[in-house]
Design a protein around this ligand. Structure first.
Ligand code: AMP
Length: 465
């Protein structure tokens, strides 16, 4: 779970990339980095731990990252040691054919095997991140052309990747054959922009730059699966290197991860979330006094649920925008304290009432258990829950941060006992068929739903549980 962004032949490219990354900060807050190219060479990347505004607070973009072309990354660690500086991106290397830097969103599923192969072959590996593998296999490919090097690396790697590679020639975007992670591109005057989500382009509207205003952004399109896009001159060169009959777009991008104002995999995130809520709301049988969301990720679904169920929607749970992330804090106690600091109950709305919470997902169950206690303490008479996704029963190996199976509450506790375990009066989940209906993918030839089904999306190496 990360975001990547790139700007080619655009004034103040690194600053533009910084703005795009900031717009996608919801995809990763643990690290950020940008590298630019100027006067035929790559400048040293600026990288650091923390959010975009923190990492680039004291950076003079004109002097540290000049040039018309740049790529960047925000990190949410799903592979490699989260505390290691070597795992921050962009990752840079020197090749015979010139300097190269890469940013990557997604997880490689054969990284362990390939790290081992490389070490056996005498390679010195700098990081524990799967992204470094691209650079090694590019350098070892024997090819001189960057696109061919990327193709050779892709042939050695399995799993999820949307990548941007920067060389002195320009930017090369590459997506995996199955399209697990989103990537979009757009024209910007005579240049190009790339981003994980189109929300990154929206924030550039009317942006004032030291070198004047940014040319208008047009022709926003998805970079399809199995594609390399080369932007090294006036026109983008798009090469499809593999076209499988299926796609494996991540369903969780729509359920939780992507920004509601974005369109990913060709569908509006907000529209999918509204459909998720509506479908579950139609078959609701709980007679609650009010429906409330767990802000912000379930807002659209909860509102649609309430309308479909004919129950008033109220903002009974509010969230602080000043707390850090609670989900990946190490240790259950820390996660519980995090949830407590993040959410507040509006007492007068829930006192003596039957409250129905709509959330997007239950993973460990930490958020639900804590919210139920808080609502009961605030005087709620009954607390029900509707989850607009099926039970999460399997970890994700393709780039969403889910803990291993023994920490997934729906994998450990039987369905019938789950409501009581979480302290709820009732608990309803969306079914897998309903999820596919909301995604408008009835035959499931487009989406990956392994976290809900345990069915692997594609043939791949043995994976941990
Ligand atoms: P949990 O508290 O472990 O049950 O996690 C579920 C809550 O965290 C829900 O409110 C989700 O909105 C949110 N969530 C689900 N998946 C993730 C994820 N991969 N990273 C961060 N938050 C998540």
């Amino acid at each position: 779970m990360c975001a990547i962004a790139g700007a080619f032949n655009v004034p103040n490219a690194s600053l533009v990339v910084r703005h795009m990354l900031f717009a996608m900060q919801h995809r990763g807050q643990d690290g950020a980095g940008i590298v630019s190219s100027h006067a035929g060479r790559l400048l040293p990347a600026v990288r650091g731990f923390g959010g975009v505004d923190h990492v680039f607070a004291d950076i003079d973009f004109d002097t540290r990252l000049p040039g018309l072309t740049a790529i960047g990354h925000v990190r949410y660690p799903t592979s490699g040691d989260p505390k290691s500086e070597a795992n921050l991106q962009p990752m840079e290397a020197r090749r015979r054919s010139g300097d190269v830097a890469i940013v990557h969103n997604g997880n490689l599923t054969n990284a362990r095997v390939r790290h081992h192969d490389l070490e056996e072959a005498g390679a010195i590996i700098r990081s524990t991140s799967d992204t470094e593998l691209f650079l090694h296999f590019m350098a070892r490919s024997g090819e001189s052309d960057t696109a061919n090097q990327l193709l050779a690396a892709g042939a050695k790697l399995e799993g999820a990747y949307a990548t941007l590679t920067l060389t002195q020639e320009g930017i090369f975007a590459m997506t995996d054959p199955w399209g697990f992670r989103p990537l979009v591109m757009a024209r910007c005057g005579d240049g190009y922009l790339f981003a994980s989500e189109p929300i990154a382009f929206d924030v550039l509207d009317e942006l004032e730059l030291p070198e004047g205003t940014l040319p208008s952004i047009t022709d926003v399109t998805t970079v399809p699966q199995g594609t390399i896009v080369r932007v090294t001159g006036g026109e983008a060169y798009v090469q499809t290197y593999m076209r499988p009959p299926l796609s494996r777009f991540c369903a969780f991008e729509h359920i939780y991860f992507a920004h509601p104002a974005s369109t990913v995999f060709g569908q509006s995130v907000n529209a999918v979330r509204e459909r998720l809520g509506k479908i579950l709301g139609w078959r609701n049988t709980v007679k609650a006094d009010l429906v409330t969301a767990v802000p912000d990720s379930s807002n659209a679904a909860a509102h649609a649920f309430a309308q479909a169920a004919g129950i008033p929607f109220r903002f009974a749970i509010t969230r602080s925008h000043y707390t850090g992330r609670t989900f990946i804090k190490p240790g259950q106690k820390a996660r519980q304290l995090g949830v407590r600091a993040k959410f507040q109950i509006v007492r007068e709305l829930v006192k003596g009432k039957s409250v129905l919470i709509v959330d997007d997902s239950i993973v460990r169950g930490t958020t639900t258990q804590k919210l139920v206690k808080m609502l009961r303490r605030a005087g709620a008479r009954e607390v029900h829950m509707a989850i607009v996704s099926p039970p999460v029963v399997h970890p994700c190996h393709w780039g969403i941060d889910t803990p291993e199976r023994k920490e997934l509450v729906a994998s450990q506790i039987e369905q019938g006992a789950l409501a009581a375990h979480l302290g709820l009066d009732t608990l309803t989940y969306l079914t897998h068929a309903e999820l596919l209906e909301a995604l408008e993918d009835p035959k499931q030839d487009r989406h990956c739903t392994t976290c809900f089904t345990r069915v692997k999306p594609i043939h791949c190496h043995k994976l941990p549980h």
